[in-house]
Design a binder for this molecule. Structure first.
Ligand SMILES: CC(C)(COP(=O)(O)OP(=O)(O)OC[C@H]1O[C@@H](n2cnc3c(N)ncnc32)[C@H](O)[C@@H]1OP(=O)(O)O)[C@@H](O)C(=O)NCCC(=O)NCCS
Length: 157
């Protein structure tokens, strides 16, 4: 597996990862309406491309195929974290998480935060995050459930 930085042209493959992660993995923890609202098939491709080029995520590839991606913003916020529904529990998420921690050290970030799905909460907990508060965001008129999670990276914390 390779972890590399985002390149222009990755956007469509990243949408497939996002879509299959939510429809294939997170669908165990959310209703059909919630899944459709979170990852609609008709998402505007231009808005998606522009959002992803702003996030500039790390991209995981296996034999040249994009199978996951995750970002870290300069303030330590993780906006997207997805592994393709075709490749669950193969260590891809953990490799992306390790790369994010390396980047956090390089950036001098003192804490990582993310609004984490119910599906990803055990994975983030395994990587040292704890729940700060539960959230109920509305997407396309449908209430989802997530949790703001945080990990302190300061030495000795
Ligand atoms: C959460 C996610 C990123 C994990 O990616 P992954 O590549 O499967 O994770 P890993 O293989 O590195 O898992 C490492 C460990 O995390 C834990 N873990 C991972 N997924 C889990 C799950 N769905 N439930 C419980 N524990 C989980 C396990 O302890 C796992 O080790 P194991 O497989 O040996 O038991 C992926 O399942 C995903 O994209 N989920 C759907 C989309 C989503 O909710 N994204 C997050 C939005 S905030």
């Amino acid at each position: 597996m390779d972890i590399r930085r985002f390149r222009s042209g990755d956007e469509t493959a990243l949408f497939h990862v996002f879509y299959s992660a939510i429809h294939g993995i997170a669908s165990r923890d959310y209703t059909r309406d919630q899944i459709e609202a979170w990852a609609p098939a008709d998402l505007d491709p231009n808005l998606w491309a522009s959002h992803l080029s702003n996030l500039r995520p790390f991209v995981a590839e296996v034999h040249g195929e994009i199978v996951g991606y995750a970002d870290i913003q300069p303030n330590g916020y993780i906006d997207h974290f997805f592994v393709a529904g075709t490749h669950p529990r193969q260590g891809i998420g953990s490799s992306l998480m390790n790369r994010i921690h390396e980047e956090a050290r390089a950036l001098g970030v003192e804490e990582l935060t993310s609004d984490v799905s119910k599906t990803a909460e055990p994975f983030f907990a395994l990587h040292g995050f704890h729940v700060v508060e539960r959230g109920f965001p509305i997407r396309r008129g449908v209430m989802l459930e997530n949790a703001l999670m945080r990990k302190n990276l300061r030495c000795g914390a």
